[in-house]
Design a protein around this ligand. Structure first.
Ligand code: NAD
Length: 495
């Protein structure tokens, strides 16, 4: 098992970054085990499958570690461990459950440096994002739900919810540790036990989180982490021993899971894909909006479910916005994700790069005009420069389908009505952005947009206390906030 590194700086007690950050320590290696086992019943155990796969650094093509491929027998062991742990965990005074969550949050803060570096090496995202967003936000979720554990009666006024039971949780690769925290923290606060399956390209921080569960003495079996690909996920979703399935991932797999769980009595929540609209009105602060456009689509290489991938600009400022966007984009740095100055890191996998490039080729074929930053890219790894298309028509594939990469479809509109109609003309309904200096207009437009989250004069702002989730094919159920607890409580009645 890998050993914990000592952080150079004393951890702070606040919610922010727990380690000092300067160029030299960024490249200080952290220890990564060469082979990772499954975490079942409080222990790291060899997979019964005896199979494993490589976890690869997408910026260098280097193999970081071998990760176990759990089969149906391994999934069964994990679910059984979670079932065995359930009665005692449920019965534990809620204030005691809260203490475990609080300790997990604190250890995450204290070990933030190694978690940030590992997240960046395993997933390709810039270190400044892992350091300033992913890891502190993950800790915040544990703190936030620690506070709820003994106040659950306020989560659902007038109704008393019971723990659902064993929760199967399946997560994607874009925010690996944060997605794990979004799922595990509310489930535990409500008295459930968990079997979590991370995505196959980014399993390492979830496995390191299991070390923290051991450190804080979380009772055996309360959280189990099984690694593997879609087959492992399918075995977990189909397992009769789980009472709830929480899935974050593609709409295609989400639809399959809705069928698999239909009629089984399992509670289901789906956080799926998106094609979110970012709407810039002529009266907005254009410089601010340009910053917002960049963060909306190029944050985390565009591997963001709520990425503002459809940009609608009011006709009178269309040229100005595109000109300023191009100038501002020239200052972005692409390259080594471990360099603290890097803005754009590596694409998560060769497969995802292939998908992104296919969408770029298709958009060109359908007649949209392609603009790309000209950059010399590293010879190894998976890279895609920030790309944007003008001359996009609503029927173009690039205006309709999720790319999940740094590719923006730019369109124009004349009136607020047209902006709303075009923004809502999507199979998805996850998020939207509105940029204007008129407060009344913000409220009116936001109330008419079919999106789970609407950001006004900003984009990609998250908080543990704010519910997040979609409409339409972006899924159902909410994560975060009081609403996030309701997904993990059983109120009886039909599902
Ligand atoms: P994916 O659906 O391919 O995989 C997600 C997870 O499901 C992985 O752990 C994978 O191993 C597992 N899986 C794959 N096939 C499965 C099956 N048949 N049964 C059970 N599990 C299976 O998605 P991805 O490529 O990892 O993630 C990208 C997608 O996730 C995008 O569409 C993105 O929008 C979405 N996403 C949504 C949110 C949200 O909150 N709405 C957040 C992050 C990502």
């Amino acid at each position: 098992m890998s050993q914990r590194l000592k952080t150079k700086t004393k951890p702070k007690l606040d919610f922010g970054t727990a380690w000092d950050y300067s160029p030299a320590p960024d490249s200080t290696p952290i220890e990564i085990a060469s082979k990772y086992k499954l975490f079942i019943n409080g222990k790291f155990v060899a997979a019964k499958s005896r199979q494993s796969f490589d976890s690869i650094n997408p910026a260098t093509d280097e193999v970081l570690a071998k990760v176990s491929q759990a089969n149906a027998a391994d999934v069964d062991d994990a679910v059984n461990a979670a079932r065995k742990a359930l009665p005692a965990w449920k019965k534990l005074p809620a204030s005691e459950r809260a203490k475990y969550l609080f300790r997990i949050a604190r250890r995450l803060q204290e070990r933030a440096r190694e978690f940030s570096i590992l997240e960046t090496m395993d997933g390709g995202k810039p270190i400044k994002e892992s350091r300033d967003f992913d890891i502190p936000e993950a800790a915040k979720h544990f703190f936030y739900y620690a506070g709820w554990a003994d106040k659950l009666e306020y989560a659902s006024p007038g109704q008393v919810g019971k723990p659902v039971g064993v929760c199967g949780q399946i997560i994607p690769w874009n925010f690996p540790l944060l997605m794990a925290a979004w799922k595990i923290a509310p489930a535990l606060a409500c008295g459930n036990t968990v079997v979590l399956k991370p995505a196959e390209t980014t399993s390492l921080t979830a496995l390191r989180l299991a070390e923290i569960f051991q450190e804080v003495g979380l009772p055996d079996g309360v959280v189990n982490i099984i690694t593997g690909d879609g087959r492992t996920g399918a075995a977990l979703a189909e397992h009769k021993g789980i009472s709830k399935l929480a899935f974050t991932g593609s709409t295609a797999v989400g639809k399959q899971l809705a069928k698999v769980t239909a009629g089984t009595g399992k509670k289901l929540s789906l956080e799926l894909g998106g094609k979110s609209a970012n709407i810039i009105f002529a009266d907005a602060s254009i410089d601010q909006a340009v910053e917002g456009i960049i963060s909306a689509i190029y944050f985390n290489q565009g591997h963001v479910c709520c990425a503002g991938s459809r940009l609608f600009v009011q006709e009178s400022v269309y040229e100005e916005v595109l000109e300023k966007l191009e100038i501002r984009l020239r200052s972005l740095r692409i390259g080594d994700p471990l360099d603290k100055n890097t803005d754009i890191g590596a694409v998560n996998s060769p497969e995802q790069l292939k998908t992104i490039n296919a969408y770029i080729a298709q958009a060109k074929k359908e007649g949209a005009k392609c603009h790309q930053l000209k950059r010399k890219l590293p010879s190894k790894g998976n890279w895609c420069v920030p790309t944007w298309f003008s001359g996009v028509q609503p029927a173009h594939t690039i205006a309709r389908e999720e790319v999940f990469g740094p590719v923006l479809a730019v369109m124009s509109f004349r009136t607020p009505e047209e902006a709303i109609q075009r923004a809502n003309n999507s199979a998805y309904g996850l998020a939207a952005g509105v940029w204007t200096d008129k407060g009344g207009k913000i409220l009116e437009i936001a109330s008419k947009l079919e999106a789970g989250v609407v950001w006004c004069n900003t984009y990609n702002q998250f908080d543990a206390s704010s519910p997040f989730g979609g409409y339409k094919e972006s899924g159902f159920g909410r994560e975060g906030g009081r609403q996030g607890l309701l997904e993990y409580l059983d109120f009886g009645g039909a599902r």
